[in-house]
Ligand binder design. Structure first.
Ligand SMILES: Nc1ncnc2c1ncn2[C@@H]1O[C@H](COP(=O)(O)OP(=O)(O)O)[C@@H](O)[C@H]1O
Ligand SMILES: Nc1ccn([C@@H]2O[C@H](COP(=O)(O)O)[C@@H](O)[C@H]2O)c(=O)n1
Length: 523
């Protein structure tokens, strides 16, 4: 059973364990970039049939597109992580922390923001605590009620851009759900909770600390309304809990933690001036980090020898012959597919020769030993960068019996020009595999770098990645080798450059459109 991940509009990734069939589609089955975003390249029309990867995220209607479905780059040109900006939001229960956090996100209007709540880290209660009498005596407002160690670990991983499984807390049953929520680091992380400033380990990870200071009567009224409406509580119980635990904890732990705040927001979510100021400050910080990745990649001039990690197939008449067919704009589609498949097979076979082999001896039918070789690992996984990379899956499956196949959908946002990650399907134990990362063409290297970064974030070893492509550019090769020097790059040709639209020159045209016979896109 594979792990199935689909990036949602919440800037988070939901994981479910649907069985998936990593079956490579035929050339006649176009892969649909079916996940909607405002304006992205590589998207196909609804008339095309859906491939196994297409699961639509829900795009909730909002005033503006606050969260997009795609994750923009979270690393720089060197492939190194740009740390997310972490905002801590602290305040009494029902002070409006979540409301303030959501309004900051709305005001920021940047594409990838994660909201993490301290509530998710309530400790799991023992059976004894679950009995009604004990529950009434349980202090949910004391620091001991939270697993701060897990909070700190989670934030460390999010800051490293790694994925985390965050518990989902149920206030009705006072327990954790069995399902978890998968999250990634994002550009901005907002961490909110009544004791958000309590743990020194957590405190030092917060780049900006906001305290929501709402009048205590108002907090009590809101808490009453919320707990009765949403948390299945009764008036009497809420009041008892408030005076016994909530109020004392506020006075003893929460109010004093205001000293750590950089900004105090009186009245909570209705304080638009304060929210505006916070958003402006965060935007300045984000801009200083710079996000124009593809443009930077397209304009790099290396002027040096090709990297040793590049494994370029010799430019034999056979290879040039195949290129002649697929580069010719007048080649009919069936021939384009036929010659592409031959070229794909060659690049895959070549990439296989670069894997470690071990010595084996077999006996021939004549009873004579033969000193042979076997690939040293059985754990090989093909990962195709959709859509064009999917055309290479068949060849890999033909040469490696039972190979696993994963998929990554990356699309270009037409507004920002940046690659965005839309969809992942990777085996759960991907970190143990040698990866054949497949994309038919590589121009600036932006999509390939994003896909490699995803694999590394899933703890795949850099040396275990082979990027297989039919055609690359000099920039693409250098950009990838510069960012990830241990990744093997295997290709059949390297073209000199990209044009102002980031298309390969002289190139093949849009490989996916030509292969799948879809309407020419603007790529
Ligand atoms: N400015 C406000 N005016 C009225 N109700 C509010 C306001 N801010 C929040 N609420 C309501 O109060 C309750 C608690 O707000 P929430 O933002 O979830 O607080 P917290 O995260 O601090 O517990 C929610 O039901 C919310 O709808
Ligand atoms: N099982 C639980 C767990 C927590 N609480 C109360 O929730 C409050 C924190 O959540 P906010 O959204 O209000 O910040 C806290 O004051 C706990 O008393 C609960 O009632 N039951």
């Amino acid at each position: 059973m594979d792990e199935v991940e689909s990036i949602t509009d919440q800037g988070e990734v939901e994981v479910n364990s649907e069985p998936s069939s990593p079956r490579p589609p035929s050339a006649e089955t176009p892969t649909q970039g079916a996940l909607r975003s405002p304006r992205t390249r590589r998207q196909r029309t609804t008339s095309q049939s859906q491939s196994s990867m297409s699961r639509e995220p829900i795009l909730r209607g909002r005033r503006r597109t606050i969260y997009t479905a795609g994750r923009p780059p979270w690393y720089d040109c060197q492939g190194q992580l740009v740390e997310p900006f972490v905002i801590g939001v602290c305040g009494g229960s029902a002070s409006g922390k979540t409301t303030v956090a959501r309004k900051i996100i709305e005001e920021l209007d940047v594409p990838w923001v994660t909201l993490l709540s301290l509530d998710s880290f309530y400790k799991v209660l023992t059976k004894k605590h679950h009995e009604e009498a004990a529950l009434n005596e349980y202090n949910f407002d004391h620091p001991d009620a939270f697993d701060f160690e897990l909070v700190a670990k989670t934030l460390v991983r999010l800051k490293e851009g790694k994925k985390v499984e965050v518990p989902i807390y149920n206030f009705v049953t006072h327990s954790r759900e069995t399902k978890t929520k998968t999250m990634y680091g994002a550009n901005v992380i907002i961490f909110e909770g009544i004791l958000a400033f309590y743990s020194p380990d957590v405190l030092k990870m917060l780049d900006m600390k906001v305290f929501v200071d709402t009048d205590s009567d108002e907090r009590l009224v809101r808490r009453l309304q919320r707990d009765i409406a949403e948390r299945d509580r009764e008036l009497d119980g809420v009041l008892k809990q408030y005076f016994k635990f909530v109020k004392p904890a506020f006075d003893y732990y929460i109010a004093p933690s205001m000293v750590h705040a950089d900004i105090i927001v009186p009245r909570g979510g209705e304080n638009e001036v304060a929210i505006n100021l916070i958003a402006q400050n965060v935007m300045t910080q984000l801009q200083q980090r710079g996000f124009k990745l593809r443009e930077k990649l397209a304009n790099t001039s290396f002027g040096m020898a090709r990297p040793s990690s590049l494994h370029l197939l010799p430019s034999t008449p056979q290879i040039r012959g195949l290129h002649t067919f697929i580069r010719n704009k007048d080649t009919p589609r069936d021939e384009f597919i036929f010659y592409s498949k031959r070229l794909i097979r060659l690049v895959i076979e070549h990439a296989l020769t670069l894997l470690p082999f071990k010595d084996v001896t077999v006996e021939t039918p004549q009873g004579i030993p033969y000193e042979g070789k076997h690939i040293a690992t059985e754990k090989i996984c093909g990962v195709s960068i959709l859509r064009a990379g999917e055309t290479m899956e068949n060849a890999l499956c033909e040469v490696l019996k039972d190979v696993r196949i994963g998929k990554i959908l990356i699309q270009t946002n037409l507004d920002t020009g940046e690659p965005e990650l839309y969809y992942l399907r990777l085996p759960k134990d991907i970190k143990d595999y040698h990866i054949f990362l497949m994309d038919a063409t590589v121009a600036t290297g932006a999509a390939a770098i994003m896909a490699i970064r995803v694999l590394l974030d899933h703890e795949v070893t850099e040396e275990h990645i082979s990027l297989c492509s039919l055609l690359m550019t000099e920039q693409g090769v250098h950009n990838i080798a510069y960012a990830f020097p241990k990744v093997r790059i295997v290709t059949t040709a390297v073209d000199p450059c990209v044009n102002e639209k980031f298309y390969i020159v002289p190139g093949i045209g849009n490989f996916g459109d030509r292969y799948f016979g879809t309407e020419p896109s603007d790529q």
